[in-house]
Design a protein around this ligand. Structure first.
Ligand SMILES: [Zn+2]
Length: 97
């Protein structure tokens, strides 16, 4: 699993929670084929940990609880692990400041 950037989106989406520009993306799952995100794909904000979804125009919106519950359990697990990594990174940065 890696949170490293693997590509850049032309749509320049922003996080609806913290308004950070999220044009870069990386795959959370090692099983995910190495393609860029598509509409309805889940996404995480690497700056605040918000759980998001790509829209038809490749902007980002909040994921609903219904959508989260409808995801395969493996994907929920991978999102939880990635969120833990993001939160650890955020806490590390806060301590450094
Ligand atoms: Zn955010």
């Amino acid at each position: 699993m890696s949170l490293e950037r693997s590509g850049k989106l032309e749509s320049d989406p922003h996080c609806p929670e913290c308004n950070s520009l999220l044009s870069g993306y990386g795959n959370v799952s090692e099983k995910t084929p190495s393609r860029g995100p598509k509409p309805d794909d889940p996404a995480l904000c690497i700056y605040c940990g918000a759980i998001l979804v790509y829209t038809d125009t490749m902007q980002l919106r909040y994921m609903t609880m219904h959508e989260f519950n409808a995801m395969p359990q493996q994907m929920q697990y991978e999102i939880a692990i990635a969120l833990q990594q993001i939160n650890t990174r955020i806490e590390r940065q806060q301590r450094a400041n």
